[in-house]
Design a binder for this molecule. Structure first.
Ligand SMILES: Nc1ncnc2c1ncn2[C@@H]1O[C@H](COP(=O)(O)OP(=O)(O)OP(=O)(O)O)[C@@H](O)[C@H]1O
Ligand SMILES: [Mg+2]
Length: 171
């Protein structure tokens, strides 16, 4: 049986000296979807950021497709098949929609971008607009499409149903 795309064992991580997530274990079988629910500030984003290698890990292990990526840097995890659409979307503001998509291609040919336009026709209409000229929902489409273009074996979507607003605009 092939290894589960994601296995997390006793993971604890945080920022500086502070532990935000503590002793988390779970796995995601092939083809499965797992929803992570919790109130604001409970650590959902921190869990995803830890899987992507962007927080301080204290203990625990992360395996992607059976491969131990616990100590790998973020870029290696991405190349190993981990797709991450962060809550902040992380669209490049001064690149066009098409240039943002090119960033997600990894080693794929440029015409694969048509797949993204097939998924999100709105992005095709906006292909020459800059990232900072997009609405919140359009940025979400762009960030999601950019990640899918890299053919990840596991896709982490932080707040996929939220239309993103700057933190200063949140109540
Ligand atoms: N970069 C950081 N440095 C220090 N503390 C942080 C940082 N990012 C988040 N935290 C803290 O970690 C805790 C968990 O935050 P996190 O963003 O993971 O929560 P969340 O469940 O995603 O919340 P939300 O539903 O509002 O998105 C909070 O107490 C937050 O203040
Ligand atoms: Mg969050």
């Amino acid at each position: 049986m092939p290894a589960a795309p994601l296995e997390v064992v006793n993971l604890s991580a945080g920022y500086g000296p502070t532990r935000v997530i503590e002793g988390i274990s779970f796995s995601v079988p092939a083809g499965a979807r797992l929803a992570v629910l919790g109130r604001n500030g409970m650590g959902k984003t921190s869990l995803f950021a830890t899987l992507a290698g962007q927080t301080r890990r204290f203990e625990g292990e992360i395996r992607l497709g059976g491969r131990d990526i616990t100590k790998e840097p973020s870029a290696t995890r991405a190349r190993a098949g981990l797709g991450y659409v962060p809550q902040t979307r992380d669209v490049f503001p001064t690149l066009t929609v098409e240039e943002n998509l090119q960033v997600g291609l990894k080693d794929r040919p440029k015409d694969a971008i048509e797949e993204a336009y097939g998924m999100f026709p709105r992005l095709k209409e906006r292909r020459r607009n800059l990232g900072n000229q997009l609405s919140g929902g359009e940025q979400q489409m762009l960030s999601t499409a950019r990640s899918i273009l890299g053919k990840p074996s596991l896709l982490l979507l932080d707040e996929p149903l939220e239309v993103w607003r700057p933190s200063s605009a949140r109540s």
